[in-house]
Design a protein around this ligand. Structure first.
Ligand code: GLN
Length: 537
């Protein structure tokens, strides 16, 4: 078997340049040429995983099948590649240190002083090579979070230096993503910040092999030559990454710039034919040529920050393309749902999505939005907390249990229609202890979901501590709410519907994590379709 090749992606000059998208785009092109590729993200913060971070910090927490709470970039990797990621694809400084300290306590370094070099760097190198050693991949792309020069990223940069030396230039390369700012007063693109960030990398003993330059304007031939000469790279290795109207254009832009070709040349890999991008380009064609438009409200409490609901927004893009419509997502802050917001915004929607979330803030607004969608027969999708709010709304307004609530919001509620799961009751540690990852769910026949999924058993990803309280199931069902999905082993209620409403579905799981370009999520596809039908009325 051929040796696994390693590609490292570092960032310079500024954060938020989109290393994840460049890594995913390159991976897409290599995959489209027949290579087996995966991507890994190394995050230099001390949290063991992003599960304990609020979305304002780093955006959404993405959950994998194996129940890892990870960086949202893993979502991009899955959406681009249609290949599942796992715990091994996201490593943080916290996890590295935790492992090393546990080893030290077990006595694995007995007699030795445990240090950043070699113990932390060895642990980092192991985490990188574990993926390669699995034999599942030809190429591992490792994205180093942060910006070169940051104190936090130094051990990662040193690990890359060592690995590159150990593996040899034919087996490992470094792509440096940088920013070429445009000074409008001078009317010029400036290369100096890039030169400095390449120099900073050099100070750590790493020569960038390929430069990917984020820019708002085309790089001229002269500018490319200058960058090549002063940053010590081949001219073909100066890649322009101009602002794109959609992230899904980036693979084709990188193809045009030859990023995949130069990568394969440098890694001494066969440049197998042209990438097979038929499915991808068909998606792009549909995405860019919508035949109609629907407005879907996203009711959540983190709507100020786009990244908080990344996977949901992307799932709408996939589902929109599938339906050949443009989904205009209208963010609506759940904390401020007044009659005015209902009259001016919610009443004009073709669909209402109530978002996942934690804690009390904004929940009464979510409940009001559910009520409006239910009573006015607007297609509704509730995800996780959104499903729980739909149950509370039904209990309050149809069953007449005026004080019904979740014990997450009101511990002493007389009617805990949503309650903490039994196995969660004794948990005191917050990190990694929710019900996480993929769990099976049986679907009821004659339900919306059994049609949508075209089957009777599904598996979806979860992230919650509270659940539908079975004690209220009978009463709620008699009042017209229907349970249409349950866990086959525990009976935990996974899905609710309201028969008689055109399209009302609440799910305890997160369908958005499973939606990809090649495989748009059927629930989102059906929800958008229902919104289209509603819009026509
Ligand atoms: N806070 C709710 C729970 O823990 C919902 C979680 C979520 O929306 N991801 O059950």
């Amino acid at each position: 078997m051929a040796e696994t090749k390693y590609i490292f992606v570092t960032g310079g000059v500024s954060s938020s340049l989109g290393k994840g998208i460049i890594a995913a785009s390159l991976a897409k092109l290599l995959q489209a040429r027949g290579y087996r590729v995966t991507i890994q993200k190394l995050d230099p913060y001390i949290n063991v995983d992003p599960g304990t971070l609020n979305p304002y910090e780093h955006g959404e927490c993405y959950v994998t099948d194996d129940g890892a709470e990870t960086d949202l970039d893993l979502g991009h990797y899955e959406r681009f590649l249609n290949v599942k990621t796992s715990q091994a694809n996201n490593v943080t400084t916290g996890r590295i240190y935790q492992n090393v300290i546990e080893k030290e306590r077990r006595g694995e370094f007995l007699g030795k002083t445990v240090q950043v070099i070699p113990h932390i760097t060895n642990e980092i190198k192991e985490r990188i090579q574990d993926l390669g050693n699995s034999g599942e991949y030809d190429i591992i792309i490792t994205e180093i979070g942060g910006t070169v020069g940051d104190i936090e990223s130094l051990p990662y940069i040193e690990s890359v230096r060592q690995l590159k030396w150990e593996l040899g230039d034919d087996n490992a390369l470094v792509i440096h993503l940088t920013l070429i700012p445009y000074l409008s007063a001078a009317g010029e693109l400036k290369t100096k910040p890039t030169q400095h960030s390449v120099k900073t990398l050099m100070e750590s003993g790493i020569k960038a092999d390929i430069l990917v330059c984020r820019t708002e304007h085309e790089l001229s031939d002269d500018l490319r030559s200058k960058l090549a000469q002063f940053c010590n790279v081949k001219k073909e290795a100066v890649i322009q990454s101009i602002d794109a109207s959609t992230i899904y254009d980036v693979p084709n832009m990188m193809l045009e710039e030859g990023l995949d070709t130069i990568t394969l040349q440098m890694l001494k890999m066969a440049d197998k034919t042209q990438p097979e991008l038929t499915r991808w380009n068909e998606f792009l064609r549909r995405h860019k040529n919508p035949k109609a438009e629907v407005k879907i409200g996203l009711i959540g409490k983190y709507v100020e920050l786009q990244d908080s609901y990344k996977s949901i927004l992307e799932a709408f893009i996939h589902a929109g393309a599938e339906n050949e419509v443009k989904v205009e997502v209208i963010p609506i802050h759940s904390e401020f749902i007044t009659q005015k917001v209902i009259d001016e915004k919610i009443s004009k929607l073709d669909g209402v999505l109530v978002a996942p979330g934690f804690g009390e803030r904004g929940i009464e607004g979510k409940i009001r939005a559910v009520q409006y969608a239910r009573e006015h027969k607007i297609p509704f999708l509730g995800i996780c907390l959104g499903m729980q709010m739909a149950v509370i709304e039904y209990a309050r307004n149809v069953l007449g249990l005026k004080a019904a609530n979740s014990t997450e919001m009101h511990k002493e509620t007389p009617d805990p229609v949503i309650d903490i799961m039994e196995e969660q009751k004794d948990i005191t540690h917050m990190g990694g202890t929710m019900r996480l990852g993929a769990w099976d769910c049986d679907l009821a026949i004659d339900s919306i979901v059994s049609q949508v999924y075209e089957g009777n058993i599904i598996s979806e990803r979860h992230r919650h501590r509270y659940e539908f309280n079975d004690k209220y199931r009978k009463a709620l069902e008699e009042a017209g709410l229907k349970v249409t999905g349950t866990n086959p082993k525990t009976g935990l209620v996974e899905i609710i519907e309201i028969p008689g409403h055109p399209w009302f579905v609440g799910v305890q799981y997160h369908p958005e994590y499973r939606s990809t370009v090649a495989s748009p999520h059927p629930l989102f596809v059906a929800f958008v379709k229902a919104a289209v039908t509603h819009g026509k009325k």
